[in-house]
Write a protein that binds this ligand. Structure first.
Ligand SMILES: [Zn+2]
Ligand SMILES: [Zn+2]
Length: 223
């Protein structure tokens, strides 16, 4: 079945996202926008995915737990998982590869962890905007080992993108699709919204075999 999707969205846990981008607000806005399958992809963390998936389910949306990983080369790669357990295990791994630099909220913004009622339950002390010590060539097979799928984010952007950093696409990187066109692979389109008003009305469809996070991953793999 075809569903309207947006698989690259940030919550208030990303330092650069608005504080009112709570998982509950994010899911509510996605529902209003007519989306049916959405993914939470905070920078280098899966800390809010469980609350996000809970709200998505309450609203009848397919919630996909994920992360936007910053590789050693400072390339952003979106990683999606079939379950919160897989996402959190990968999150723990990536967290261990992040430099232990404290967040400076004055410079980078707040990193708010939310509870099951969408309330603030704490802050992430480590700066999430750094680069994890995971190389771009490691990502695709690594994420697959956690049952997920990965794709290079906003490849045509001038910073933090595969083409900006590497200058070309090497097929041995192992990705089967990208966000935005440009390297001859199938591509998808996402908003990368960091604020509630940045979630556009539903426009892009994906054919998925089941209305689950696994179904979304299977649909992406079949592109
Ligand atoms: Zn990015
Ligand atoms: Zn992003």
């Amino acid at each position: 079945m075809n569903v309207f999707y947006d698989l690259h969205l940030h919550s208030c846990l990303s330092p650069c996202a608005d504080d009112d981008m709570t998982p509950g607000n994010l899911c509510g806005m996605a529902k209003l926008a007519g989306l049916q399958a959405i993914a939470l992809t905070d920078h280098n963390t899966c800390g809010n995915v469980r609350v996000f998936c809970s709200y998505a389910k309450r609203l009848g949306l397919v919630g996909v737990p994920g992360m936007e990983l910053t590789t050693r080369e400072e390339i952003h790669v979106v990683c999606l998982f079939p379950s919160c357990e897989d996402a959190e295990r990968f999150g723990d791994y990536a967290y261990g590869k992040l430099p232990d630099i404290p967040n400076n909220t004055e410079v980078f913004g707040n990193q708010i962890l939310t509870g099951i009622e969408d309330e603030p339950r704490g802050v992430e002390p480590r700066l999430l905007f750094g680069a994890a010590d995971i190389g771009i060539y490691e990502v695709a097979p690594l994420v697959q080992a956690y049952n997920g799928v990965a794709f290079p984010a906003h490849i045509d952007r001038g910073a933090f993108s595969l083409l900006a950093i590497l200058g070309l696409y090497d097929p041995s990187l192992g990705f089967s699709f990208t966000e935005r066109p440009g390297v001859g692979l199938p591509h998808i389109e996402n908003s990368d919204a960091h604020w509630l008003g940045g979630i556009p009305d539903a426009a892009n469809c994906l054919n998925i075999p089941a209305l689950t996070a696994q179904g979304v991953i299977d649909g992406l793999k079949a592109l």
